[in-house]
Design a protein around this ligand. Structure first.
Ligand SMILES: [Zn+2]
Length: 209
């Protein structure tokens, strides 16, 4: 595993955003295959390229395991989405989502260990090395850092900055940490939903005239 030490709070939100139009009736699945999850986690620096190649081999060796891992990953993602989406709308999380996340947290924490960096003379949290084999929780090395980031973000002072894109009409569902200066960010991006909204209100204003 690459740098599992520093917790990046927004990984869980990026993970949630692997489904487009998350809040709509017709979401678009970006994780069609386990290999999609593997390449996503390389892009997010969760695993390095050699690990990714090993994972791809493992997933090809046991396609049942690969399917189960993909289903598990999607379930985790949906729980994460619902928990953060609820909170950003001032609603309590569903009990089963919190329970499911807690089960994953228990597994994640059992895999953490303190490590010492000689050069920087400091301690940090790292992940226990895991044998690469085609059984058991083989894909945990991808999922556990996501779980950890969700847990860390939920108890952090950044939680109240988590927002869901304001395009609720179409159910964009994009989650982000609003790090803008006066915390006024509303859209996933101005080019997408921000622009759509501008066009819509322009159209509606003109219709009324
Ligand atoms: Zn949006």
């Amino acid at each position: 595993m690459s740098s599992g030490s520093e917790s990046r709070l927004d990984i869980c939100l990026h993970f949630s955003n692997t489904k487009d139009w998350h809040g709509s009736e017709h979401p678009v699945e970006k994780l069609q295959k386990l290999s999609d999850l593997i390449s996503w986690s390389v892009k997010e620096n969760i695993i390095d390229k050699p690990s990714a190649i090993a994972y791809l081999r493992a997933s090809e060796a046991d396609s049942n395991e690969a399917k189960a891992a993909l289903v598990g990953a999607r379930d985790l993602r949906e729980s994460i989405y619902r928990i953060f989406s609820s909170f950003s709308h001032d609603r309590a999380p569903q009990e089963n989502d919190l329970h499911f996340l807690n089960q994953n947290i228990a597994r994640a924490f059992s895999r953490q260990e303190l490590m010492y960096n000689q050069r920087r003379k400091e301690f940090h949290w790292g992940w226990k090395k895991q044998e690469m084999k085609t059984s058991g929780h083989n894909f945990d090395q991808i999922l556990l850092p996501i779980v950890k980031s969700a847990a860390d973000l939920l108890v952090s002072d950044k939680l109240h900055l988590v927002k869901e894109c304001a395009n609720e009409t179409e159910g964009c569902g994009w989650l982000f940490i609003d790090s803008s200066k006066n915390h006024s960010r509303r859209w996933c991006s101005m080019r997408d939903c921000g622009n759509r909204s501008k066009v819509r209100s322009y159209y509606e204003r003109n219709k009324q005239r």
